[in-house]
Design a protein around this ligand. Structure first.
Ligand SMILES: N[C@@H](CCC(=O)N[C@@H](CS)C(=O)NCC(=O)O)C(=O)O
Length: 203
């Protein structure tokens, strides 16, 4: 098995899905958790100047979704059927777009109350709730999002909406299928153990 070393901030953010996949597969890995204060210096030496980076036997793999797809294949969470894999990709892209809007606001230079206002008045009604509505409908009568077996995008949905629900506890109240899905994924033994021992970070 290759040696894995994940470089990311001391945060869940775009690194957390990779951690879930590694934990799910019980794959040994080491981590560098960069503090936000150290980033401007560390950025100079990180390949591509962006994180996450997964070092695989010393080779850097960039882009959180490329890392996730690679790990999904390694741990058996990539649908074998090409169309089902494409359904997973499409959902992942929608969720990544939503999270990009969330991070852009969260990491902006706006005052905290302005960020909250923008989150509740712009991002939630125009981006998050429409996506939640779609995700809630898609799950009616089925167990998993992309195929009849759990796939990596099921974990992604739980990572991202579980993370948002941590900050905004009522966010999923109108979307019971999504809430139940998040709870189901978080109750997987290896994921539950990780959530219980992971560092408690703000994002
Ligand atoms: N599309 C990339 C985005 C990478 C990205 O923007 N990472 C952020 C952290 S989530 C970053 O490195 N920010 C610091 C910077 O750009 O200097 C991915 O999904 O990995």
């Amino acid at each position: 098995m290759p040696q894995y070393h994940l470089i990311y901030f001391d945060a869940r953010g775009r690194g957390e899905l990779s951690r879930w996949l590694l934990e799910y597969g019980e794959i040994p890995y080491t981590e560098e958790r960069i503090s936000f204060g150290d980033w401007s210096v560390r950025k100079q030496t990180v390949p591509t100047g962006k994180v996450p980076i997964l070092m695989i036997d010393g080779q850097p793999l960039a882009q959180s979704l490329a890392i996730a797809r690679y790990l999904a294949k390694e741990v058996g969470l990539m649908p074998k059927d090409h169309l089902q894999a494409a359904f997973a990709d499409a959902l992942a892209d929608s969720i990544a777009e939503m999270m990009a809007a969330f991070y852009k606001n969260k990491m902006s230079s706006l005052a905290e109350d302005e960020k909250e206002k923008k989150f509740h008045e712009e991002i939630t009604p125009t981006i998050i709730r429409p996506l939640l509505g779609d995700l809630n409908e898609r799950l009616a009568g089925r167990s998993w999002y992309a195929s009849d077996q759990m796939s990596w995008v099921d974990l992604m949905i739980a990572v991202e909406f579980g993370g948002l629900r941590k900050s905004y506890p009522k966010l999923l109240d109108d979307f019971p299928e999504v809430a139940a899905h998040v709870d189901k994924a978080m109750a997987l033994p290896s994921i539950k153990a990780w959530i219980n021992r992971r560092p408690d970070t703000f994002i």
